[in-house]
Design a protein around this ligand. Sequence first.
Ligand code: ADP
Length: 792
Amino acid sequence: MPPTNMSNEEVPPPLPEKKRRIAVLTSGGDAPGMNGAVRAVVRMAIAKGCEAFFVHEGYEGLVNGGDMIKQADWEDVRGFLPEGGTLIGSARCMSFRERWGRLSAAKNMVLNGIDALIVCGGDGSLTGADLFRKEWPGLLEELVGKGELTTEQITPFKSLNIVGLVGSIDNDMSATDATIGCYSSLHRICGCVDSINDTAQSHQRAFIVEVMGRHCGWLALMSAISTGADFLFIPESPPSRDWRIDMSTIITKHRKMGKRTTLVIIAEGAIDQDLKKVTPGEIKDLLSNELKLDTRVTTLGHIQRGGAPCAYDRLLSTLQGAEAVNAVLEAKEGTPSPVISVIENKIVRQPLMEAVRLTQLVPAAIEHKDFARAMELRDAEFSEYFNAYRITGAAELPELLLPENKRMRIGIIHVGAPAGGMNAASRAAIAYCFSRGHTPVALYNGFSGLIRHHSDKPQGSVRDISWLEADSWVSKGGSEIGTNRTLPSENMAEVSLAFERYNIQALFCIGGFEAFHAVSELRKARKEFPPVSIPIVVLPATVSNNVPGTEYSLGSDTCLNALIEYCDTCRQSASASRRRVFVIETQGGESGYVAVIAGISVGALAVYTPEEGINIKMLDSDIDALRETFKRDRGQNRAGKIILRNEKASSVYTTQVIADILSVEGKTREGKVQFEARVGIPGHFQQGKEPSPMDRVRAVRFAVRSLQHLESFAGWSREEIANDPTTVSVIGIRGAKVQFSAMETVENEETDWKHRRPKAEYWRGLTGLGDILAGRPRRTAPDDQEIGILPI
Ligand code: ADP
């Protein structure tokens, strides 16, 4: 029924030129991280001199108007970042599917003076948004025609700006590598499956775990990779017609190799090649009756939707929310609506309808049994992950075996401090070797192990390793083969002898800045010590994320998750006492990455980094800002405030000194406490316990790529190897690409050796954004004059 109570009402006067009234709504299924997006939109809009509006309950609020559309203030989104679900509500709204619903929505937009809409939802929500924009001029004309609005009233609202943000736990949208919410959901699944694995191990059981995903197998695929599942069912790539035989063969093989558990992951929408639904029940019957395994089924259900957003979702939603506001302000009439997406590590804008069109082609391709096309239509990462899963699953894939003369003995070594994902990368490398016919050789205890290889127990430091031994490493933190900071230069002659003695023909080196340094030393030693003239790849793995040649190191995501958990807990502990600020010291060496990204993810009031240093003016303005915050806080936000200080940000202003200064400054002359300060030093807690799912899956992907790179040099002579700079490389993410960079170039041109970090750190550009969204006063002249000093 069309609403009948429309009447001519006041339309607010237009804002000054280039300022907009921007509304944000969340629609469709909720997803962790949506609140971060809403917070970023609201604060970025206000920071840019615009007005922000909440639309409550998705399109329902737009259609109904009234109190469901409310102006949003800076303070209204305080505390949004760590919350799961969506605090402004979401709904499936049938009336927005009808023209009369959209007509009502258009009137409500105009009555609130709003001409820009940022929608966070799935492909349905974004389709609705785009349709709304297309119909906009017609809707306004109709409203005038019906006498609901006047021509003068609609004149300032010629066009409607729509920007899409993809919020969905399924990660089912083409044109983006990740949707807001998918990694949080993966966290939940992996946590559950890790627990299930423990009990399976005790009883030698088989478990079939069903995860969400009607048309999209992303969650199933990623959880299978993260937990080392024996078999996987996803809708985009159904198993062969003989899947019962294939599955039985693989599971029997794994059991014969000594595996005590069996894990099958099945997506909700799993089908066979004839589009017949595959159910957990029929898999259970097969495993119980034919393989005689004690088998249980677990359907995870809505647990996958809820919970606090993980670090990545907080960062992604914040960056994308801010970018959506930029997109609104830069929109030109006639340009297609954008959707904000992420490709590897780069936030980009893509045409919204094209992304929706490609997404909707996937179920169509599946329906036509064109599975190759369905895989192709997912983002590029998807097929790569799928292949990595297959290759590292110890399945019978004789076609993957290389001819004898292409097989190598590949050394695997860890260097530096432990980091989440090191074991998962080694496990994947070992499994890859078995699939291809290479021999994996574990080099225990880093270069000190190699240097001592002549000791009485040579088997202790260099050892061939079995698939089974490595299989359980997928979810383990720390370093199973041992790691330390020794560099090969401590005794290059012994290292070279060890390479020769054990016939190491390629080296896969996993670790942080020391690993990078070690590989640089090996590269330089190639002339003097010919046995080290072998292809080498270094896979960066360190909580500090300070390795040149990449924007992401394994372990850094695990660290961020541990750190935000610590910060959230500190912040909550202040809810009883209130008016408390925590000065938390982060790791990171001379790189402020961890502090800055964690700062954005928890909404820290200030972040101190070694790159920027700390000075008295900075402290002074941050203290003023704190006073202002607490003065304005009338108790609506009970949680404490967070300041993050990197361990090397200043030799004078230590974490304790800053907390002491804050405590003194937090008192009035009369001794009244305005706020108090506490120190928090999470230390090694930041290494995390289990590696995060992102570190696990990227470990597998990068390990497979690294080994493919190494094997491409099989059969090369030492001279050929020494003459080609790409034979010694760093694998890493650079912007929108994963690539190998020649060590020689990276070490000579891109490395700040003194500070042990890259010369250009990509995240430096994000410090300003963190400050803006936390309302921190600008310490230097703003690049963007419009931003200025913001309310706290
Ligand atoms: P998701 O956004 O998660 O894909 P839905 O497909 O349920 O979820 O869409 C959410 C809401 O978006 C719907 O309830 C409806 O209000 C709106 N919507 C979806 N598709 C359309 C459409 N084709 N036209 C107009 N509105 C739509």
